[in-house]
Design a protein around this ligand. Sequence first.
Ligand SMILES: CCC(=O)NCCS(=O)(=O)O
Length: 349
Amino acid sequence: MPEQSGKVQTVLGLIEPDLLGRTMTHEHLTMTFECSHVPPAPGDEGLAAAPIEMKHLHWLQQNPYSHHENLLLSQEIEAVKEELLCYRKAGGGSIVENTTTGITRNLPVLRQLAKETGVHIIAGAGYYVDVTHSDETRKMTVEKLTDIIVNEVLHGADGTDIRCGVIGEIGTSWPITESEKKVLRATAHAQTQLGCPVIIHPGRNKAAPGEAIRILQEAGGDISKTVMSHLDRSIYDPQELLEFAKMGSYLEYDLFGTEVLNYQFNLDVDMLSDSQRVQTLAFLIREGYEDRLLIAHDIHTKHRLTKYGGHGFSHILKNIVPKMLSRGITQNQVDKILIENPKQWLTFK
Ligand SMILES: CCC(=O)NCCS(=O)(=O)O
C-alpha cells in the first residue's frame, strides 16, 4: 500500500484530509496559455497588442484569448500570492492547481506560494491537450506514459522532488486525438496503481465528456474518483446532463466568474452566467447529485486576477456562496460541495 493511502498529497507533503477545508478543485496559479491564442478580429490588432489598461478592460474580458500578454499568468507570482492571502482570509483552505505538462507547470513556485500563504496546494501530473504534446510524448507507449505519471506522483515531477497529488487536468480535444487517447489510458493505468484522484479537461463538444469517461473506463480507471471539468461550456441540455451524470464521475462547474457574450473557443456556445451555474447546481442537487458536485474559477489568464479588475480566487466564497444560499441550496450542501466532496476526491485510496 503506498504511503499516500488515506492522505492528501500537497506540494509540501502528505496531510490529513480533514486539514483541507474549503477547496477550489480547479485553478491555475502559474501557467502560460499561448497554445490557445485566438487571432484578434480585424481592426482589433491594436487592442490585442496594447498594455492592459482600464480603458481596454471590457474588450479584454470579452476577448481574453486574443491578447498575448494576458495569456502569461506565469508573470504574476506576486499578484497571485496576494490573492491567495485574501483567499485564506475569506475562509479558503486549499487549491488544486491543474497545470500539467504543456502549459508551463512550475512546481518550485507552487511550493513557494504554499509556504508563503499557508494555502494547501495540490499539483497536477500528466499532460495537457494534444497541441502541446512534444514529438517525444507522441511517440511514447502507454506503458512509458504510465511510468512517467506514476513517477510524478510517487517521486516528483520536472526534475524536482515535488510530488503531484492528482493526475490532471488531462487535456483532450474534440475529436480526441490518438496521442490524447494514449494519455487517457496511461492515466487510468496510473490511477489503478496509485488509487489517486484524476481530473479531465474535455474537448469543446457535448459528446466529449462522455467519450473521455468511456476511454478511462475501458482502460480500468476508477470513474468514481474522476472529475469531469468545464461542464459550464460542455453540456447544456438538462436530460443530456443527467445522462452524463449517470456515468458516475464528479461534475465540476469551474468557470465561476466567467461571463462572456461570445465564448471565443466555440461561438456556438452560449456560456452560462454565474446565476445559471447556481441554477444548474440546484437542479443537480434536486436530482440527487450533491455528493458529486465540485466548483472553482479555473483562473488561467491575467485578466481574472483582482490586479486587473477581475474577480479573483475569492469570488466563490464571497459572492457565489451567498447566492447559492439565497437560491435554496442549504449550508450543509454548500459545505459538501466546498469541503466534503473535494476531501473525498483528493484522498488516496
Ligand atoms: C488551462 C486552462 C484551461 O484549459 N481552461 C479551460 C478553458 S475552457 O476550455 O473551458 O474555455
